[in-house]
Design a protein around this ligand. Sequence first.
Ligand SMILES: C[S@@+](CC[C@H](N)C(=O)[O-])C[C@H]1O[C@@H](n2cnc3c(N)ncnc32)[C@H](O)[C@@H]1O
Length: 352
Amino acid sequence: MRFIGNKEQLLERIYQAVLATGVTKGHFCDFFSGTSNVGRFFKEKGFKITSSDLLYFSYVLQKAYISNNNQPTFKKLLQNIKTADNSLFSSPLESVRNYLNNLRGINGFIYKNYTEEGTKNQQHKRKYFTAENGKRIDAIRTKIEEWKQKKLINENEYFVLLASLIESVPFYANISGVYAAFLKQYDPRALKRFEIKPIKFYPGKKEHTVYNGDSMNLINGLNVDILYIDPPYNNRQYAPNYHLLETIAKYDAPKIKGTTGLREYANQKSDFCNKDTAIIALDKIAKTAKYKYLILSYNSEGIMPEKDIMFVLKKYGEVTLQNIDYPRFKSNSNGDSKHKKTIQEQLYILRG
Ligand SMILES: C[S@@+](CC[C@H](N)C(=O)[O-])C[C@H]1O[C@@H](n2cnc3c(N)ncnc32)[C@H](O)[C@@H]1O
């Protein structure tokens, strides 16, 4: 998924940094999980994972990929719904996916608030999805919730379906990168017929734990081998930039406002989006949690200056720093440092 700060391209580098510490197995903590890519990677490498994020849609991904160890069978559901011949599909998920992709659209919350047709009589006209795609998202999301209410799907199956929906939305959203704005004209991507896509499974045997909340509240009593932290780098909070994914994940018909139909996010603000509170929060994590190694991913243009980070981390042990050239995330939301095409991703490695 396109996501600011997504570490997909850096996973091997992070892995090399972990291996260099001598830790090859044990408990890995990913406390700013976002797409959950880092947790997934280390789950596949055999680590026990604990992860967390302020965003609920991130929690959905963590539930589907990290704490879920099994391919869903949808046994009960498939006995209760009429699907096309199951033998046509490679897996039960494929069969359910096909059913969802063929639902008739409904005029639900997404259609009514985030499509041009649905908002035509409102003060703010919004063009995040075509009317047809808005209705399809509503129909799929409503059906998943109905199946959960009727106990036709178990918790893992519920989160796998929600994750498939969430992962699919960015392929049809009429945005450039983030949801803080929509495009005036339809991008060709937005005109395609909405379908939910399959997701990958991460089978496993270990018990993994995932949270939706402020990781600062979880550090007391934490005792892990690798504490990996990847907090925001700048003043931009994540919640308003991904508000629509949050609303589709929660589907809680929130009060929304303004041109972009933003939901309230007062309880999803991060200390790391303010340079004064960020350094205090970093100090608190390094001081309070117990770890063999703390690895901080940061960025050469982040609001916490390198010397301040070094000063804080060095209070708790020996620190090394790796710099990695990395392509800049492109979005239309602001124009910081347009000129440089790369930035430096940094890995601070603190031996606890
Ligand atoms: C740089 S992104 C992480 C990207 C992630 N490593 C990935 O590969 O997708 C920062 C994440 O930290 C989350 N976040 C910020 N402050 C947080 C906090 N105090 N507790 C939990 N999550 C937080 C944001 O919601 C965002 O998802």
